[in-house]
Design a protein around this ligand. Structure first.
Ligand code: ADP
Ligand code: GLC
Length: 479
């Protein structure tokens, strides 16, 4: 079976969040099941910089916004990939540094609708083998709003591949104005409530939902949640009418990239059989790397961490609100790495300024620091208001860093509360600061009961969140 897998980010070439991880690890897991799969993404400047060489597969002429784009399709290899990578090379739209969606100053690129409409159009033409490569997929699998139009562009083709669309986060809908729709000269018949029109605007994620043969999302719980008004972002009705083609399939993780026994980004290694002293040495290294003069007291005190995009979804504001009382009533210390909303960044830095020995904050994106944080902390905080799947709680489980999570989406599907059998972490029901504080206190209490604590850590490390089970589910869906 041949599958063309389209994503706007693919680790390690370009990544802003979990989509990048999944767009790398899922295709590889599918390849191991015998699928002939190719990944396609835009040739952003940062991606081209990471490549040693490429070949030109061909040129496509694409019409959009009353222009004729002549774009190159490149094929490249990379030591981390065992499958071909295809790139849409259109310098006018993608030869820009940094984040794939935003200007260096933080705002969305003014022409994002055009950029991702052109990307989607190119994917659709590749799926129809317009380059005459004698490689036509049976399935085209697109991901999130940036590729939502792929399925729409294929709609009028009789001999088209089946279209699978995965929702990684319904909160990002790819909304653009009707003028933009007209300016791009998209097919007028799309403009309907049964098409991509959404309360007077266009929604690219809605296009993916409407025009695809199958929709998936990244956990069973989130598949149910998005059919309700609370989590549906206005699309609950559209989605619940399409329940028959909506499946929740839990994300997996790459067990090689996130493996505390071999992780090249860790100074010390450990395993479920022997968690200590390796984990504790990483804790010391992490504290030292953050400029702390590490004492015995520091090492004995619980260390709570977070790696995150700093946005409302993730509930960081609740943590910020909780920290002053937790500092007063416990010996816990806190460490953060993330980037995002300027006011959240500023509040975290302010906490660090007031408590330099107990709150550590890095406002940056660093994979090396994220790995060390996962290994060096005792607890990981993820009080997300909603979480389609979440990968960080899975990395935390594997690193014996017990997750504290709100019972929502993929967090509910992957963490078992300390009061239950086979416990792996701490789960709370309502997204409030009070519930978060209570749960952190519960976790801190258990931290002093070392035998039980170590049992939870072993349980956590023994969980299998590799792709094997979920890749089979995608295979069944494709078939
Ligand atoms: P989301 O995709 O909503 O951001 P996930 O938990 O699925 O949430 O995935 C987030 C991914 O991004 C993880 O791999 C996490 O380690 C990574 N990440 C987020 N922020 C940073 C950061 N500041 N530095 C390094 N990695 C980060
Ligand atoms: C999104 C979601 C996250 C999920 C990731 C990968 O960014 O916010 O929960 O894990 O996509 O599917």
């Amino acid at each position: 079976m041949k599958v063309l897998f389209a994503s706007s980010e693919v680790w390690p070439l370009i990544k802003t969040g979990g989509l990048g991880d999944v767009a790398y690890s899922l295709p590889h897991a599918l390849q191991q099941q015998g699928i002939d799969i190719r990944i396609v993404l835009p040739a952003y400047q940062d991606v081209l910089k990471k490549l040693k060489s490429f070949t030109i597969l061909g040129w496509l002429t694409l019409e959009l916004a009353a222009k004729e784009y002549s774009v190159r399709i490149l094929q490249t290899e990379h030591e981390k990939f065992s499958l071909p990578i295809w790139l849409l090379d259109c310098p006018a739209l993608f030869d820009r540094a940094g984040n794939p969606y935003t200007h260096p100053e933080g705002y969305d690129w003014f022409d994002n609708a055009e950029r991702f409409a052109l990307f989607s159009l190119a994917v659709a033409r590749l799926a129809m083998d317009d380059l005459n490569l004698d490689w036509k997929p049976e399935i085209v699998h697109s991901n999130d709003w940036q590729t939502g139009l792929v399925s729409a562009f294929l709609d009028h083709e009789i001999d088209r591949p089946k279209r699978v669309f995965t929702i990684h986060n319904l909160a990002y809908g790819g909304y653009f104005s009707q003028q933009e729709f007209q300016r791009l000269q998209l097919p007028p018949q799309w403009w309907s409530s049964e098409g991509i029109e959404f309360y007077g605007n266009m929604s690219m994620i809605k296009a993916g939902i409407i025009y695809s043969d199958q929709i998936t999302t990244v956990s069973p719980s989130y598949a149910k949640e998005i059919c309700t008004p609370e989590f549906g972002y206005g699309l609950a009705g559209v989605l619940s009418h399409r329940r028959y083609k909506l499946t929740g399939i839990l994300n997996g993780i790459d067990p090689e990239v996130w493996n505390p026994r071999t992780d090249p980004l860790l100074p010390y290694h450990y395993s479920a059989k022997q968690i200590y002293p390796g984990k504790q040495k990483n804790k010391q290294a992490l504290l030292e790397a953050n400029g702390i003069e590490v004492t015995k007291k520091h090492l004995a005190a619980p260390l709570l961490g977070m790696v995150s995009r700093l946005v409302e979804q993730k509930g960081v504001d609740m943590i910020i609100e909780a920290i002053p009382q937790l500092l007063e009533t416990s010996d816990a210390n806190f460490i953060f790495i993330g980037t995002g909303h300027p006011s959240i960044e500023a509040q975290l830095l302010e906490l660090q300024r007031h408590h330099p020995q107990r709150v550590m904050v890095s406002i940056e994106y660093s994979e090396a620091k994220a790995h060390l944080l996962e290994a060096g902390c005792d607890l990981f905080m993820m009080p997300s208001r909603f979480e389609p799947c979440g990968l960080n709680q899975l990395y935390s489980l594997r690193y014996a860093t017990l997750p504290i999570v709100h019972r929502t989406g993929g967090l509910a599907d992957t963490v078992v509360d300390a009061e239950l059998k086979n416990a792996t972490g701490f789960v709370f029901d309502s997204a409030t600061t009070k519930a978060l504080v209570n749960t952190i206190q519960r976790a801190l209490h258990l931290f002093s009961h070392k035998k039980r604590w170590n049992q939870l850590q072993r349980n956590a490390m023994q969980q299998d969140f590799s792709w094997s089970k979920s890749a089979l589910k995608y295979m069944q869906l494709y078939q």
